[in-house]
Write a protein of this length. Structure first.
Length: 300
């Protein structure tokens, strides 16, 4: 495994006063719903208790398409996802995730995770891709999912600006136990968006949806490398768990059919006042064309 970045202190957000339990987040962008400021009444609020979230974001490649090894074997894929969440690795240590940000997962696979005994204390939310084709084995439709070992409230999907026929969606909810806003999405692929125009709009909209609360984790397959200008809104608003200081870096998560790592496409953006240790497996993942990205995130 690539040497992890151990608990890198992340820079403070300037003027970030909103709390994650606010009704909405940010101003409208491209017709998306916005939200209010922190506390207009100026009331003094007790700071939330410290919290540690062990998060995993993964494009599980759950559809029966070329390049998705287990897309035609949904039950096996659901087990692989469960196993990865049960035992993942961060900073050279095996840990258990307590938050999951999944993409290209079928609704039936999310239902299977809900029924698994290890996830008895978890909450799950799912949002289907508006134009997604049916999954194999009567597993419903593909989409994005948030899972948390905490109650999720206020979860709802929001459509992102997207090309016709390939519409994208973001899903956000609140984990009250951690006082943290959790969001997941998948941006348009380079094939759908060769000039990057849609991804720029999607990044602005996603940052607006995630908001400027004191605790935010926004994960997903953003279909662009860190230096891509399309991701500027997210890097301005947050720190990415695998970056080095202010440099936009990170382990490669997308792999080819041989299992060779190609580039970083998967991200966990977090509030800059948090600290994080983040890792990507050095070996190929046989269940998907993406490697999972795992992090231990500490909110002070």
């Amino acid at each position: 495994m690539r040497a992890p970045r151990a608990l890198i202190p992340l820079l403070s957000v300037c003027g970030a006063a909103a709390v994650v339990t606010a009704a909405g987040v940010g101003a409208d962008i491209d017709g998306l719903p916005g939200g209010g400021p922190a506390h207009a009444d100026g009331a003094v609020r007790k700071p939330p208790p410290k919290a540690t979230v062990t998060a995993l974001t993964w494009n599980v490649c759950g559809t029966a398409e070329p390049g998705c090894p287990l897309g035609a074997r949904p039950a096996e894929l659901a087990k692989r996802v469960a196993d990865q969440l049960h035992t993942t690795e961060v900073g050279g240590r095996k840990v258990r995730a307590n938050a999951a940000f999944l993409q290209e997962i079928c609704s039936g696979q999310v239902e299977a995770l809900k029924k698994a005994s290890w996830f008895a204390s978890w909450s799950w939310e799912f949002a289907a891709y508006p134009d997604g084709r049916a999954c194999a084995g009567n597993q419903g439709r593909p989409g994005v999912a948030i899972g948390a070992r905490a109650a999720l409230t206020g979860a709802r999907p929001t459509r992102l600006p997207s090309p016709s026929g390939n519409r994208r969606v973001a899903l956000c909810g609140e984990a009250a136990a951690w006082r943290t806003r959790l969001c997941v999405t998948q941006f348009s692929s380079p094939a759908e968006d060769p000039q990057g125009e849609w991804r720029r709009k999607q990044a602005r909209a996603y940052a607006d949806l995630a908001g400027t609360g004191t605790r935010v984790i926004a994960g997903g397959d953003l279909a662009a490398t860190p230096e891509n200008a399309a991701l500027d809104p997210l890097y301005r608003a947050y720190a990415e768990c695998d970056q080095s200081g202010t440099a936009r870096t990170g382990g490669k998560t997308l792999q080819d059919w041989k299992g060779t790592a190609l580039e970083k496409d998967d991200y966990l953006f977090i509030t800059k006042s948090a600290t994080a240790s983040c890792s990507v497996p050095a070996s190929a993942t046989k269940a998907s064309d993406h490697r999972p990205l795992s992090a231990v995130i500490r909110f002070r």
